[in-house]
Design a protein. Structure first.
Length: 300
């Protein structure tokens, strides 16, 4: 499998440099861990950055209660494998406590409800920096992020008020109650991620590889049938050969028809793709600024 080793090594070095800066500048940093490929990659980089010591960051997962079973299974497996502390924030608990409101209607989602659950986890554990696996090529709002992305005391993001990052100098100074979101793999592309995963032989949930599962097509998006996604009137359940390019809530994460059941096939598929990996996410289709609006309120 051919890929540019020097390019991947440069991206790795940049990400590790950012992670070490976080460890040096902040008192209570953590990794936002979704169980998706980017957060798994981030965790792998953290392992390399601080080897032979343990990862100095706990893994923080905001559980919507609507996750794919494979995601939760892999999350617990990886935390045990790395002997990493796992902190789980519950959207259901936030709803029960009146901190979040359950959406109603045919296209209801718990995506926005993750925000108060995340902010509560930050407050409860006094985190001052959260490392995330977001990349600038994913979505236009992501492209506005810096490596060190400042959040105010309400967890809000102002895209017009970010700090310059000249010569790889990162400014982590903040007022009491504020925190930073850190994005070490900002400059990576989806293809870079997959080539690096292949190079490092990183283990992933099986949902990323082609498999057959019952699905329905809803508003042009292929959704896997589960306890959270049930067929509606007029929808036909079909066994489809699919894979997922991104992992999120089962109610909003679209699958892609694919026969890519090996790493080599996935890389070839990604290299020829004409749609971003989030192009099949129902939550991003709600409006032109759906992602940016969520981020301003405190989303990942």
């Amino acid at each position: 499998m051919a890929y540019n080793i020097n390019h991947l090594n440069e991206l790795e070095a940049e990400a590790i440099y950012v992670m070490r800066e976080v460890a040096a500048q902040f008192e209570k940093p953590a990794i936002l861990f979704s169980g998706g490929k980017d957060s798994i990659l981030l965790t792998h980089l953290a392992k390399k950055a601080f080897f032979p010591a343990k990862i100095p960051f706990p893994l923080v997962h905001i559980d919507t209660g609507h996750n794919f079973p494979e995601t939760i299974e892999f999350r617990d497996y990886l935390a045990d494998l790395l002997d990493a502390k796992l902190i789980v924030g519950s959207v259901q608990e936030a709803i029960d406590a009146g901190l979040a409101v359950e959406e109603k209607g045919a296209n209801a989602s718990r995506n926005v409800a993750q925000i108060p659950a995340l902010l509560k986890a930050i407050e409860d554990h006094q985190f001052d920096a959260l490392l995330g696996g977001a990349r600038r090529d994913e979505e236009k709002a992501r492209a506005k992020e810096r490596f060190f992305s400042h959040r105010d005391e309400f967890g809000q993001w102002d895209p017009k008020n970010q700090r310059p990052e000249l010569w790889n100098i990162f400014n982590g100074k903040k007022h009491f109650g504020e925190h930073f979101r850190i994005f070490p793999i900002s400059n990576w592309t989806e293809l870079d991620v997959w080539q690096y995963i292949a190079k490092e032989n990183i283990e992933l949930p099986k949902t990323y590889y082609s498999h057959v599962r019952p699905c329905v097509v809803r508003n042009g998006t292929i959704l896997a049938v589960s306890e959270f996604v049930q067929p509606r009137e007029g929808e036909e359940v079909k066994d489809m050969q699919v894979r997922f390019r991104t992992m999120g809530d089962a109610t909003i994460t679209g699958a892609y028809l694919s026969d890519a059941d090996t790493m080599e096939k996935i890389i070839q598929e990604v290299a020829s793709a004409r749609e971003t990996e989030r192009g099949n996410r129902a939550d991003d289709k709600r409006s032109e600024t759906a992602m940016e609006d969520r981020k301003k309120e405190g989303y990942f």
